[in-house]
Ligand binder design. Structure first.
Ligand code: PMP
Length: 370
């Protein structure tokens, strides 16, 4: 194992001790490495949807992060924390085991972690339930992931894939379980980056924010930062079918809404540490029909090819517009790209199977993959 003195000198040399290496502005300047290209995404006004809603609906283009999603930000802060707090010794050394990042994820966090691990020379071990699509597994394998799969059991069961990830990290030298759900470095990414970007890009002229939550990092972090800047900014949680957050933020009850959702990466069964004590004013519910309809409108009317959580976010922003009145500015985000969902959200047969084909406006159905 590298001793801490040596580690610090390595960090200095490679600039990893310096926040600037991890996070710098998207400017005309040449950026230093993959990690520096994370964040500073554009904030765009949806022209047609804003006009209809009689509000300014602004979207942070998180799909433009280099790993393709909002989760690049969290992945960066989780790894940065592991290095800074010396949970792993950085940089592969001749006689030391290669640093290994371990996480329970089947989705965007895993993708973000893999990109960053590759850029730093780390290994990445992904733990996931064994019901995930072949495409997702192949995608992660192509990025270089070592993958372990486990039967689907609830979080309370010791055989849940997240506990397996923790156990693996505990017995592997120079490995760390980054624990995206309850490690608040996840929301810290949004306190230090997404929140300030929204504030600066709007010149402080923002009336409300609304986000769906998976870990709650985006919603928790942005709410903490923006309420601190102006306590009058209203914060809404947007929840899909089958999750507890809508009833929790609406009525204080930890109770699921009915069904399950085509959205992937949002919805929750508990209040994660990233959501704990976050200043959230109200809960909104968006059913799959509205989320899917908006996702197709984003593609064919506004030009954005994104996943269903982005559609859900924008559908929720339209609900907020009705609640807070005309002329207001509402910010949400487009979380990831649509290309990952070709065999589900953008497939005619899949939408038919889920009784969601009617959600796609008739004139756009001809473009669906059969
Ligand atoms: N949308 C997508 C596509 C995601 O993968 C995630 C993260 N699971 C989210 C939204 C929600 O982000 P967060 O974990 O910050 O709540």
């Amino acid at each position: 194992m590298i001793n801490s003195k040596k580690l610090l000198s390595i960090l200095k040399k490679t600039n990893l001790a310096n926040n600037k290496c991890f996070y710098s502005s998207r400017t005309d300047a040449v950026l230093k490495g993959f990690t520096a290209s994370i964040g500073n995404t554009p904030l765009v006004k949806l022209e047609k949807i804003s006009k209809e809603a009689n509000c300014n609906i602004l979207v942070k283009c998180e799909y433009m992060n280099p790993g393709g999603s909002v989760k690049d930000r969290a992945a960066l802060f989780l790894i940065k924390d592991a290095i800074r707090s010396k949970k792993i010794a950085h940089l592969p050394q001749k006689d030391a085991p290669v640093p290994t990042i371990v996480e329970g994820t089947a989705g965007n966090t895993g993708i973000g972690l893999l990109h960053i691990c590759n850029s730093l020379g780390f290994k990445c071990q992904i733990f996931m339930p064994n019901n995930q699509s072949k495409e997702k597994i192949e995608y992660l394998q192509t990025l270089g992931a070592q993958i372990s799969q486990f039967p689907v059991v609830p979080f309370t069961d010791p055989n849940n894939y997240n506990h397996k990830a923790r156990e693996f990290a505990e017995k592997t030298p120079n490995a760390v379980w980054t624990n995206q759900f309850d490690n608040v470095q996840n929301r810290q990414a949004h306190i230090e980056t997404t929140g300030p970007e929204i504030w600066n890009q709007t010149g402080g002229k923002v009336d409300a924010i609304v986000f769906g939550a998976g870990t709650g990092g985006t919603l928790g972090g942005c709410s903490i930062y923006l309420k601190e800047k102006n306590k009058n900014i209203q914060v809404f949680s947007a929840d899909p079918q089958g999750s507890v957050l809508y009833k929790y933020y609406k009525h204080g009850k930890l109770e699921r809404t009915e069904g399950s959702s085509i959205t992937e990466g949002i919805g929750q069964g508990r209040i994660t540490d990233n959501l704990k004590d976050a200043p959230i004013d109200d809960g909104l519910f968006v059913n799959d029909i509205d989320a899917v309809k908006m996702t197709f409108r984003l593609l064919h009317e506004e030009g954005f090819f994104v996943g269903a959580t982005s559609g859900l976010n924008v559908a929720a922003a339209v609900q907020v517009a009705k609640l807070i009145g005309p002329g207001k500015t509402i910010v949400t985000c487009l979380c990831d790209t649509g290309s990952k969902y070709m065999n589900r959200l953008y497939s005619k047969s899949e939408l038919e199977k889920r009784n969601l084909i009617e959600a796609v406006p008739a004139e756009y159905r001809q473009f669906l993959k059969p």
